[in-house]
Design a protein around this ligand. Structure first.
Ligand SMILES: Nc1ncnc2c1ncn2[C@@H]1O[C@H](COP(=O)(O)OP(=O)(O)OP(=O)(O)O)[C@@H](O)[C@H]1O
Length: 390
């Protein structure tokens, strides 16, 4: 078994009497690209700073490559420069009086490396960031995107085992962000370094990471592969946060009943046969489904929910259709291509059962044990499905 890149054990941090991090346990494997995701103030940056050694932990321990670097109980804190990490800040923090070459070389020169070797290493880092032609320029002569590349070149020139990136793209415009995202992904594959990345941008987290760790109020709520996090958020809070990135998560309240020898989740619009909840009659449940997991038909069929078109939001490749079903239940459905419905048109929605998630309304925690019984008729009724829906 290989040693984990980083092991965090019950990390506690208090700042000015406020518990900013509370019992963080996390193992980061070598080569992981893990993103710390969460709303502003949830403690992402503080955790990154604690790993880097810029912030002392009040409790818990940190191991990097199997070696203890911090222990709150014994008050041991290894200094940042000895931890084998490089940190890139949101602000780039380039030295204005130094050229790009000098900025990148600085970390090597303090290590008393020979001149020729420094030159070779800086050149290699600038090549990796695809900016060899900028070596002689000063930071004031660079665009935001170029400055960001220099900041990353400076961080990778020392060949750190672990690269820490704190919202590195937040000062860039939308187009540059997408471009730099691709660069970071390529860099991760090329260097095979462990990367910890802090962001509050769900899209960035999903598209870059091998794993995403979601934080709320100083606690780590869920760590998963992006796809799993997207499909099965562990709590309603996580579902809501992920769903708020323009994904328009649909949620419906319901209650579990047992009738005709079968358990059902009854909502205002549908009764869904479920299993795994024998003892949970009358439990209040919130059911969620993503807009792309609802199919639209123009005819009634088994298990389809009648709903009237409220509004249509075209956005090029896809269209969001807002529907209104029984009991005032709003539903947002994503369909590929155009969907030019008049408001008031009645359509029939089929919720893809395997994509439903159920949450205990009181605790907000996903009821993993409750699963829908799939509709065996579903596949035989595809011929009348609207051609543009998926
Ligand atoms: N030096 C400090 N003294 C007191 N409180 C602090 C200090 N630094 C951070 N905090 C508080 O700790 C909490 C976590 O801050 P942190 O910067 O880690 O959050 P974050 O998730 O990175 O937020 P953002 O996305 O806005 O950067 C916040 O409530 C913040 O106000």
């Amino acid at each position: 078994m290989t040693t984990a890149a980083i092991e965090l054990n019950n990390i506690q941090v208090r700042l000015q009497q406020k518990q900013v991090l509370d019992g963080i346990d996390l193992t980061i494997e070598q080569g992981d690209f893990i993103t710390f995701l969460g709303p502003s103030g949830c403690g992402k940056t503080t955790l990154l700073r604690t790993i880097a050694g810029l912030q002392q932990a009040d409790g818990g321990s940190i191991r990097i490559g199997g070696r203890e670097v911090a222990n709150g109980e014994t008050n041991f804190h290894m200094e940042p420069s000895k931890r084998g990490l490089s940190l890139v800040f949101q602000s780039y923090a380039l030295w204005p009086h130094m050229t790009v070459f000098e900025n990148v070389a600085f970390g090597l020169q303090v290590r008393r490396m020979g001149k020729a070797e420094v030159k070779r290493s800086v050149q290699a880092a600038l090549d990796k960031m695809r900016i060899p032609e900028l070596a002689g320029r000063y930071p004031s002569e660079l665009s935001g995107g170029q400055q960001q590349r220099v900041a990353i070149a400076r961080a990778i020139v020392t060949e750190p085992d672990i690269l820490l990136l704190d919202e590195p793209l937040s000062n860039l415009d939308a187009k540059l962000r997408v471009e730099m995202r691709a660069e970071l992904k390529r860099l991760h594959q090329e260097l095979n370094t462990t990367i910890i990345y802090v962001t509050h941008d769900q899209h960035e987290a999903m598209s870059l990471s091998t794993r995403v760790a979601v934080f709320f109020g100083g606690s780590l709520v869920q760590t998963d592969k992006p796809r799993l996090l997207y499909k099965h958020p562990k709590t309603l809070q996580v579902a809501d946060f992920i769903g708020n990135a323009g994904l328009h998560l649909n949620s419906m309240e319901g209650v579990i009943t047992h009738e005709r020898g079968q358990a059902w989740l009854k909502t205002a619009v549908a009764a869904i046969p479920v299993e795994g909840c024998e003892l949970e009659t009358h439990k209040d449940v919130v059911m969620t489904i993503k807009p792309e997991d609802i199919r639209l038909y123009d005819r009634q069929g088994p298990d389809r929910i009648a709903a009237a078109v409220e509004a249509v939001f075209p956005s090029g490749a896809e269209t969001l259709v807002q529907l209104n079903a029984a009991g005032g239940t709003a539903m947002m459905v994503r369909v590929m291509g155009d969907a030019d419905y008049e408001p008031g048109t009645v359509l029939y929605a089929d919720l893809r059962k395997e994509q439903l998630n159920f949450y205990d309304k009181r605790t907000g925690i996903r009821m993993e044990h409750v699963t829908p019984i799939s509709n065996t008729l579903e596949e035989s009724h595809h011929e009348d499905r609207l051609s543009h829906s998926r």
